[in-house]
Design a binder for this molecule. Structure first.
Ligand code: C5P
Length: 221
């Protein structure tokens, strides 16, 4: 880890636009990008592959300790698990829900800490997740908490999945999203919470361009 590399931590609930905004800002600045949710999602795939129960915290930590993950970031993030491309598989709602269940275990989070911190490299890092500004990079120079109403977030997610040809119901997306928010916010280990020193941006009524502009303003001081 290089202490010299600045970090922009972007946290917030599912569907607030963190991924789109983080990737765009990382690209503009030429900084690295950490999609921490993709790490939890990939672990969920590895846990299912190894036929480990979602209730077996100890066994999940073992899988986490041996997780062989590689990321490639172009316009889209490509995720390789043991060399196999799992980019499409980690997008599903069921994978997100499994990820949220295993992410509630403190020992699992601990096992994934160094993997996430290793992304802090010059010239800088945009880190996207739930606890980037509170736990993983508490010293981050810039912190943003991105949110939006659950209606708006569900609609965005619905359009995104429809656009990929995935057949989903808006009602179901919304209830799963709210359930995931509840679990992420209520858990005792690294719950989803705005860091005291994070700038709050509600994107409900904003375009992507407006949000990017606002984030760049925060980073530019
Ligand atoms: O951001 P994404 O929806 O891909 O994350 C999937 C799940 O992983 C979240 O619902 C959350 O439970 C978990 N997660 C987390 N901490 C992070 C990133 C994701 O607990 N930093």
């Amino acid at each position: 880890m290089s202490p010299a590399a600045p970090v922009l931590a972007i946290d917030g609930p599912s569907g607030a636009g963190k991924g789109t905004i983080s990737r765009a800002v990382a690209k503009m600045r030429g900084w690295h990008y950490l999609d921490s949710g993709a790490i939890y999602r990939s672990l969920a795939i590895a846990v299912a592959r190894d036929k480990v129960s979602l209730d077996d915290e100890r066994a999940i930590v073992q899988v986490a300790n041996h997780l062989d993950l590689a990321f490639r970031c172009d316009d889209q993030l490509i995720v390789l698990l043991d060399g196999e491309d799992i980019t499409d598989r980690i997008q599903s709602e069921s994978c997100g829900n499994d990820a949220s269940k295993i992410a509630a275990y403190g020992s699992v989070r601990e096992a994934l800490l160094h993997k996430q911190r290793a992304f802090q490299q010059p010239p800088g890092l945009v880190a996207d997740g739930r606890d980037m500004g509170t736990v993983v990079f508490p010293q981050a120079e810039y912190k943003i908490f991105l949110t939006a109403s659950s209606n708006v977030r569900a609609e965005r997610r619905y359009k995104q999945l429809k656009g990929k040809g995935i057949d989903v119901s808006l009602k179901r997306i919304r209830s799963e999203l709210e359930e995931r928010d509840r679990r992420d916010t209520a858990r005792s280990h690294a719950p989803l919470v705005k860091a005291d020193d994070a700038v709050l941006i509600d994107t409900s009524e904003m375009t992507i361009e407006e949000v990017i502009k606002r984030v760049v303003e925060v980073v530019s001081g």
